[in-house]
Design a protein around this ligand. Structure first.
Ligand SMILES: NC(=O)c1ccc[n+]([C@@H]2O[C@H](COP(=O)([O-])OP(=O)(O)OC[C@H]3O[C@@H](n4cnc5c(N)ncnc54)[C@H](OP(=O)(O)O)[C@@H]3O)[C@@H](O)[C@H]2O)c1
Length: 267
């Protein structure tokens, strides 16, 4: 029987991409779901797909950059289900601009708020519930949080902050039974690059790279849920990325060149 059966899972960023696919797979496996994002119409679409699998689903509009929204998300979950077993901090947004081209400097604050503070707020609110259930926290980071990536400075900084927070929290929770899994995907074909923030602070509207050869979202979610199920401390997706993490200890300049090439090729 699936480990997710009957589990109450809160998913941020559930309206699209990795979050929406994770919701669908968790529904198939019998989880009870709380789906959060800003776009309620899209969330309702995802919820409808989940209900086809018989899942009990709550939709909660939530902008993770707003502390009160994150508190309300957890309060709604507790009121509806009386417990929280897993929190997946997945909401995120990236940028696509060289540092010297950035004209709207608020891009940096925006990316910190959505990729870092949003996860911190949700976690702070959910921790008492997760302690009670000896639950799981899954923080969706990125390879950009592990090593520098051109065009992604503010995003890489925010994901590095996310890693620092959850690596520290994991140690604090060592005896609690609550696990912290940091997930670092590489290039996943979710269409998210069209939603990257450009140098002027405006979303690009279309992907600057071909996403066809990227990791399919289903494979990303399979790996993510497997790592969460086994309470792994970290998941770095793809063998090439895991190799690069070792290489970075020995020849970091080579990893810089690998990152540059990967961004040029879009994978
Ligand atoms: N795709 C990749 O190649 C890749 C690689 C590495 C890491 N990641 C990480 O994986 C996660 C999911 O990425 P994805 O590719 O699935 O992205 P996506 O398709 O663009 O989906 C992003 C999700 O985050 C939500 N979101 C954005 N801003 C939000 C906010 N302020 N408050 C609440 N929700 C917000 C969006 O919903 P609303 O717009 O409705 O709010 C959407 O549901 C992100 O953390 C991303 O950084 C992705």
């Amino acid at each position: 029987m699936s480990v997710w059966r009957g589990q109450v899972v809160v998913l941020t960023g559930a309206s699209l991409g990795i979050g929406a696919e994770a919701a669908r797979v968790l529904a198939e496996q019998g989880a009870r779901l709380v789906l959060a994002a800003r776009n309620v119409e899209r969330l309702q679409g995802v919820a409808a797909l989940c209900r086809i699998h018989g899942a009990d689903v709550e939709v909660v509009p939530c902008d993770v950059t707003v502390e009160a929204d994150c508190r309300a998300l957890i309060a709604r979950t507790s009121a509806r289900f009386g417990r929280i077993d897993t929190l997946v901090c997945n909401a995120g947004q990236a940028m696509w601009a060289r540092v010297e081209d950035v004209t709207d400097w608020s891009v940096y604050e925006r990316l910190l708020r959505v990729n870092y503070l949003g996860a911190v707020y949700c976690t702070l609110a959910a921790l008492p519930h997760l302690r009670a259930s000896k639950g799981r926290i899954v923080a969706v980071s990125s390879l950009a949080g592990k090593t520098g990536v051109p065009m992604r400075s503010g995003y890489a900084a925010a994901k590095a902050a996310l890693n620092g927070f959850f690596d520290s929290l994991r140690i604090e929770l060592m005896e609690s039974g609550v696990s912290v899994t940091i997930v670092c995907p590489g290039f996943v074909g979710t269409g998210s690059r069209a939603r990257n923030v450009g140098p002027d602070g405006v979303e690009l509207g279309r992907s600057p790279v071909d996403e066809a050869a990227m990791m399919p979202v289903g494979e990303c979610v399979r790996q993510l849920l497997d790592a969460a199920e086994h309470r792994d401390r970290e998941l770095v997706m793809t063998a090439r990325a895991r190799f690069a993490m070792w290489l970075k200890l020995l020849v970091p300049s080579l990893v810089d060149r690998m990152a540059s090439t990967a961004m040029r090729r879009g994978r």
